[in-house]
Design a protein around this ligand. Sequence first.
Ligand code: FUL
Length: 485
Amino acid sequence: MRKRIPYLLTAALILCARASWAQQPVAPPAPLLPLPTEKQMAWHEMEMNAFIHFTTNTFTGREWGNGDESEALFNPTALDVRQWTKTLKSAGFKGVILTAKHHDGFCLWPSKFTDHSVKRSPWKNGNGDVVKELSIACESDGLKFGVYLSPWDRNHAAYGQPAYINYYRNQLKELFTNYGPVFEMWFDGANGGSGYYGGANETRKINGATYYDWPTTLDSVRNIQPQVLFFSDAGPDLRWCGNENGTAGLTNWNTISNDTLYAGKPRIEGLLNTGAANGTKWIPAEVDVSIRPGWFYHSKEDTMVKTPERLFQIYLSSVGRGSTLLLNIPPDQRGLFHEKDVKALQGFRKLLDTEFKKNLAAKAKATATSFRGSASMFGAAKITDGKKETYWSTHDEVKAATININLGRQQQVKYIVLQEYIRLGQRISSFTVDVKQAGDWKQVAEGTTIGYKRIFKIDPVTTTEIRLNIKESKACPLISEIAIY
Ligand code: FUL
């Protein structure tokens, strides 16, 4: 005879089964390709890096040296790289990129492949090495170290011929073997033209698309340091934002199709600025801009150092548009950041600290019109938990949604900071932000892309509720954080 399961036991089993079904983990959204690599993600999270332009130009007053400058010109009287790194660290920068060699060809390290370097300069009787000093200082002060090695070399006799490519590769090998980890390698777009060229004093034209054979060069560097990120107009890891005035695109896709792009290619600025929604590669835009009109120090520009307010605006139009800022601070003829530049950086830091002092969303209640799986997995609370690895999302077919942030009481709001969870691809292409006032919603911001970070500065309003309306997204949207100040 079959044993009969008592009725109560059956009911209990059914309830348990249902409860565990409700708790079944729901799969995270499928990645939307292309995706950032781990090293690109780390770069996004750095947000602010510094650029340092230093060479004989610092002593001649030029921006582009001709290549015939005497090494004797390079003679900083009080060079102190720790002054640079300490200033940068306390201003909030995470990495530093140094012009190891600019277009004039003078090397800030004693390269064994040329005499046109610090070894022939009076500085430290020719025994100095700025690259080494800076890489050590960066390590001591917890900054990542990067190098700029200009492909165009107006000093080298063989520039324009195959022999120069060997020289250039040898120098890369030297830098990547003897100077510790390099997080970013910067290739600028300036290519060929007039110069000294070992005394030839002529104009040399090269074909920017083929002369350098970049794939081979980059592979040889990757073999030594696979973690390095390559910047050039068109990547392969980071792209130029298309201007030198500190503005990323209001629409800023991290994706672009780079097959037909190369460093120095004319008239691609617009595309580099906005990226392309259907781009096939993850190549985010970097915003390089100088604290002064020029890239190198010139005393006549001491009165033209950007103010803290201007630097803060640049922060909003670079980091605040989903890019990383690369701010140039050129050392002066002493080999120090000038007092005016230091003061501007300190003022900038102060502004960042006061403007983003207290995140009002940290204690707010977040709700959403829809979420994926159970609330504990992809619910709206993930948006205000302060954790970059958690996010809110919807089910696959839901591509529009509204997230509501209730501050609990009237608060003055000046900034709204949105962050997409880009590890699974950049998705959102249209959104608005509203605040509630006297029972009605009032739109205060609208945009296309969000990306790693989007910051809106709005006319200050007093409100209890803010909402983000995601109107269009390439796939189900993913928001990692919303902060309100
Ligand atoms: C450009 C160069 O020509 C400028 O001198 C500067 O180095 C800037 C960052 O990149 O391509």
